[in-house]
Design a protein around this ligand. Structure first.
Ligand code: PLP
Length: 374
């Protein structure tokens, strides 16, 4: 008996996407597998991406880096973590485990140098500049002081400077003026780093969108995230990417209701005619966005069918018209077939991006990889 729902990942598609992206650039890839590999599963995604050629991993939290560092088969693949507070427990242990650390501010640099002393091991760091996204990274007015502080800690043996990096704000909009401004600012940052006597091994700037749309951003390393999972953030440029995840549920009950019946909370939908409806036990607690109520469709019994009324916490109702299906009938919410909805469709229905759809799939949905790795 099938469970209520499952997310199935096809490792061949992830490997295909890594290889397709490798065909677009000479730069090695830091596979961005933060947020549990965008909801796909951190460890299997890491193994497959590395086998397919990814040279490094990028994660957000120290915990994710720590988990990867504990896998002996992946110990040769560097991992960088970059979201942490200066006083965060585990910083010294993560450095001690050999993870690389992204630095987003001068106080963070100081905290990492102090943690490295506690760890008894130089921290391998990537110095981040804010070149215009106004999020993490050191602003231009502080680059000189940042470089000097890094040079001092390097001389003391507390850090090794592995990388110099930044992040782009508007790479998914081809020709956006912020792109040229950020590239120029990144060049000035690299000059400031060199002026401080630092020689980072890798300079990196490009996310998926920049990897696909702008070779000038590739430098020594590219950082694809969403493209690895099969979604192209720059649809104007055709790239053969394949969705890695299929999300399916199953019909729980079917019933016939008369014309005029109000469906789900608030009765936002009334049946126009007598209809069969199917109940599917997945809801916004599983990451099916409630805001997509009224527009979303699923693939059920050979074609797309609308969700009727509000998507609830654990369930939604699908219009079957006069057709009948049996309880247990599969319902594809995210698939790779021509007629299947995918995470791009859900992001259009929900006014978001596929990244949010994929990372939002809840942990009531078990993940399976077709290689038995999970
Ligand atoms: C998430 C992230 C990426 C990957 O972004 P995508 O748009 O998913 O390719 C790259 N770099 C940094 C710093 C990130 O946080």
């Amino acid at each position: 008996m099938a469970g209520l729902a499952k997310a199935s990942m096809d490792w061949r598609r992830l490997a295909h996407n890594v290889e397709t992206l490798a065909g677009l650039t000479a730069a090695p890839q830091m596979a961005m597998i933060k947020a549990d590999a965008y909801g796909h599963g951190l460890v299997p995604a890491a193994r497959i991406a590395a086998e397919a050629g990814a040279a490094r991993f990028g994660v957000a939290t120290l915990r994710e880096a720590w988990r990867l560092r504990r896998l002996p088969d992946l110990s040769r693949v560097p991992v960088m973590a970059f979201m942490y507070t200066p006083d965060q427990p585990g910083l010294a242990e993560t450095i001690g485990a050999g993870a690389e650390i992204g630095i987003s501010s001068v106080p963070q640099l100081e905290a990492v140098a102090a943690a490295a002393e506690r760890a008894g091991r130089a921290a391998r760091v990537h110095l981040k500049a804010d070149t215009g996204i106004s999020r993490g990274g050191v602003v231009e007015a502080e680059w000189e002081a940042y470089g000097e502080a890094a040079a001092k800690h390097r001389a003391a043996g507390a850090i090794e400077v592995v990388g110099a990096w930044s992040h782009l704000a508007c790479a998914d909009e081809i020709g956006h003026p912020a792109g040229d401004e950020q590239k120029a600012a990144f060049e000035r940052f690299l000059a400031a780093v060199a002026a401080a006597g630092l020689e980072p091994e890798v300079r990196h700037l490009a996310n998926s969108a920049a990897l696909i749309s702008d070779p000038e951003t590739h430098y020594d390393l590219v950082r694809p995230g969403i493209a690895l999972y099969g979604y192209n953030p720059v649809p104007e440029i055709a790239v053969d990417l394949r969705p890695v995840m299929e999300l399916r549920g199953h019909v729980m009950t079917v019933k016939r209701l008369p014309a005029g019946t109000g469906i789900s909370y608030g009765h936002t939908h009334h049946l126009e005619r007598d209809s069969n409806v199917a109940l599917v036990p997945l809801g916004y607690a599983d990451g099916i966005p409630r805001i997509a109520s009224g527009s979303a469709e699923v693939y059920l019994a050979g074609r797309r069918r609308p969700i009727l009324g509000r998507i609830c916490m654990d369930q939604f109702v699908v219009d079957l018209g006069d057709e009948l299906v049996k309880p247990g009938e599969p319902v594809i919410l995210i698939g790779a077939g021509d007629q299947h909805p995918d995470a791009d469709d859900w992001s259009a229905w929900a006014g978001t991006i596929p990244n949010e759809i994929l990372t939002g799939i809840g942990d009531r949905v078990p993940r399976y990889w077709n290689r038995g790795l999970h």
